[in-house]
Design a protein around this ligand. Structure first.
Ligand code: HDE
Length: 683
């Protein structure tokens, strides 16, 4: 390929990918050799009832390709979904970093972002209790920069050498491969209790953060402390955050488990549909920066990946936004074959001595060599940088580049010593010259020893509802542990965080309540509570329960107003086809009570109809009760109003009665609240 001037635009990656795309429509069927195929239904046989012939090259090629279609799934983060988009810089970071894509406000860099669960296999359900991955590849003019983040800001372990242990412990147990995509079993909790550095991340894992309503509604965190280096060679410590424009919102646990059956692709579908509808997911990039002179100014070690930098102490500076605006064309070629690596950096971004980060720098390429079948996976279209790349690496499985000339070594004189290392001024990457001295030693720094203070900080920062959810989650997960001894160990461990938490869990799971006093940390960080994030009705999905004889004008107006506020809706009734309003208007039914479920909606709007049949009433009753139980907003107008009375939910928080004032407006506000926690539960 002829090299063009290296000017990267928002569209650079898309343009590059276009060169690899093939449109099969209106084409003749051929073999991989380009030979037209005359029959794709019958193999070549010796006689109509005879054996298949070896010479049937079409059969052999087709079957061989099929037989080799599967590649190993990722050892963790196997299940994921991705999208293309761009990153736009708001504010120059040039005082801190020389990274070119972070210099000039308005610069747009093409990106590819993959979201994932961690524990489950490729076909597992989306809505399990788990950490979520949030990995972004920035295709910059200086090469690919990967920000391989999670939706929680801390990690289970402090040293990479323990990663295989934590993963073995949380994956299905090896003797019977049970349970799938869940930490609710003996080996995980045995690991937790015997590796207490996991305490802080386990608090996050038991919180609502572990069941996101949508990939569009979760934060991302680079976790590790990285280093920004500016033009003058000065370094600053930096942590990266993604902040979703729609706020951070979660499912309730009962709902999450039911969705896993009703629609295991729930989060994947949500991402795909939102982009198709033009509701592009957006996140702002925030950085927390610490001057090198303040490396030891905190009551935790800033290199410890089990610690956050409380935003109240180290403010988050918003510097740009990520917009995901295009779905991949081919899941396997793009989402499955994308290969992230925290070691893919550009000049101006460097590492620190965080022992977890150091180990990651080895693991990612290593695992991809196996998963993608050799050392040339950087040539796969989704992984190729948009800037040129030249070196003396050659050969290996699946090599595609045709390097010209006979020289593939350095130094050389035959080709003028090219490809030639670049000086720093020419953009050559130079590692930050941190002075390091030490003995060779396998030890944990004493500054990494406190596992409970920030766990308590997290607990203190939760709202009463969030705290209750954490107690419920511990009770569910540890309650599934068969070993009473492990259950007791967990209770004792979390007594170091908060005694009321540990006591409540102990009482729920048949363990002995602990007698310790717990951590004495009283500080809290409001930024940690997702209750304090943005609330908006935009892109929320409402089920409109509607039947024959509905009130035409009222419904039309209300639906119009919901739409204007960015709310999506689907009509649900007993039968598919059309429902007819009493004024003669008609509406298409999107779903019946059997093709959908209340758990996949954010809110319910009961319209009913004068011609309601008994089946409608029965199914709608279940639908609304389930939504009510999950604290979702419920609105009713016309015939639906009587329904609120009949089911004794009129006047409950988040229940909007069309008879009392302008309906759409109030209902939109109720939807924006996400959930209404202070409800009396019905039986
Ligand atoms: Fe990963 N991680 N990880 N991880 N990780 C992988 O790489 C690993 C860690 C994260 O959508 C693997 O290509 C080690 C922290 C994401 O393709 C593997 C350690 C964070 C993804 C691997 C960690 C992450 C991965 C598996 C501890 C958040 C999915 C397949 C030292 C900051 C990327 C692969 C995608 C994937 C190793 C810890 C995020 C095995 C050894 C901390 C988002 O290389």
């Amino acid at each position: 390929m002829q090299e063009k001037e290296n000017k990267v635009t928002e569209k650079s990656k898309q343009e590059q990918l276009e060169q690899y795309k093939v449109d099969d429509s209106n084409k003749k069927l051929t073999t991989n050799q380009g030979l037209k195929v005359s029959n794709d239904e019958l193999s070549l046989k010796a006689g109509e009832r005879g054996p298949t012939l070896m010479e049937d090259f079409h059969f052999r090629e087709k079957m061989t390709h099929f037989d080799h279609e599967r590649i190993p799934e990722r050892v963790v983060h196997a299940r994921g979904s991705a999208a293309h988009g761009y990153f736009e810089l708001y504010e120059s970071m040039k005082d801190y970093t020389k990274a070119k894509f972070l210099q000039t406000p308005g610069t747009k860099t093409p990106v590819f972002t993959r979201f994932s669960t961690v524990v489950g296999s490729r076909g597992s359900a989306d809505t399990v209790r788990d950490v979520r991955g949030f990995a972004t590849k920035f295709y910059t003019e200086e090469g690919n920069y990967d920000l391989v983040a999670n939706n929680m800001p801390v990690f289970f372990i402090q040293d990479a050498v323990k990663f295989p242990d934590i993963v073995h412990a949380i994956k299905p147990e090896p003797h019977n491969e049970i349970p799938q995509a869940s930490g609710a079993h003996d080996t995980f909790w045995d690991f937790v209790a015997n590796n207490q550095e996991s305490a802080h991340q386990v608090m996050w894992l038991m919180s609502d953060r572990a069941v996101p309503r949508s990939y569009r509604m979760m934060q991302g965190f680079g976790i590790h402390t990285f280093r920004f280096v500016n033009e003058k060679g000065k370094g600053h410590f930096v942590k990266f955050h993604w902040v979703p424009k729609l706020g951070v919102h979660s499912l309730v646990w009962d709902e999450a488990q039911k969705i896993a059956g009703k629609n295991p692709d729930y989060n994947r579908q949500d991402l795909f549909d939102a982009i198709e509808q033009g509701n592009y997911p957006e996140y702002e990039l925030g950085v927390q920066i610490i001057d090198e002179k303040d490396e030891f100014a905190f009551d935790f070690d800033i290199l410890d990946p089990t610690k956050i930098w409380p935003e109240e102490d180290v403010p988050l500076q918003i510097i740009g936004k990520l917009v995901l605006n295009r779905n991949p064309d081919y899941f396997f070629a793009e989402t499955e074959q994308v290969a992230f690596h925290p070691g893919n950096v550009v000049p101006g971004i460097d590492f620190t001595n965080d022992p977890l980060l150091q180990g990651r720098l080895f693991s990612y390429i290593d695992t991809q060599l196996l998963r993608l079948g050799g050392p040339n996976f950087h040539e796969i279209p989704i992984n190729r940088p948009v800037c040129p790349f030249h070196n003396n690496q050659r050969d290996g499985f699946h090599r595609q580049t045709i390097n010209k000339g006979k020289v593939s070594y350095h130094n050389n004189s035959l080709s003028g010593n090219h490809p030639k290392p670049a000086t720093e001024a020419e953009g050559g990457y130079t590692h930050y010259e941190e002075k390091v001295e030490g003995r060779k030693i396998r030890a944990r720094s004493a500054s990494f020893a406190d596992h409970f203070s920030q766990s308590k900080l997290f607990w203190n920062s939760m709202s009463p509802t969030e705290k209750q959810h954490i107690i419920d989650a511990f009770s569910f997960e540890v309650g599934k542990v068969k070993s009473m001894n492990v259950r007791q160990q967990v209770v004792e461990m979390f007594a170091n965080v908060d005694i009321s938490l540990a006591t409540a869990v102990a009482n729920n799971i048949g363990a002995t309540p602990p007698t310790k006093t717990g951590s004495d940390v009283t500080k809290s960080s409001p930024a940690l509570s997702q209750e304090n994030t943005i609330k908006t009705a935009a892109t929320r999905k409402v089920a409109v329960l509607i039947d024959q004889g509905y009130s035409g004008t009222a419904v039309k107006n209300n639906l119009h107003e919901l739409q204007a506020a960015g709310v999506q809706y689907e009509t649900v009734s007993s039968r598919q086809g059309m429902v007819k309003g009493e004024d003669g208007t008609e509406l298409m039914v999107d779903h019946t009570f059997t093709t959908t479920s209340p758990v996949v909606y954010d809110a319910v709007y009961i319209v009913g109809g004068s011609g309601e049949n008994p089946a409608f009433h029965k199914d709608a009753t279940y639908f609304v009760k389930e939504a009510f139980k999950h604290y979702k907003p419920i609105g009713a107008t016309e015939q639906g109003i009587q329904w609120l009375e009949d089911n004794k939910i009129n006047g409950e928080p988040g229940v909007v009665n069309g008879a009392s004032g302008p309906f759409a407006n109030q209902f939109i506000q109720a939807i924006a609240m996400h959930r209404h926690w202070n409800r009396k539960m019905m039986d």
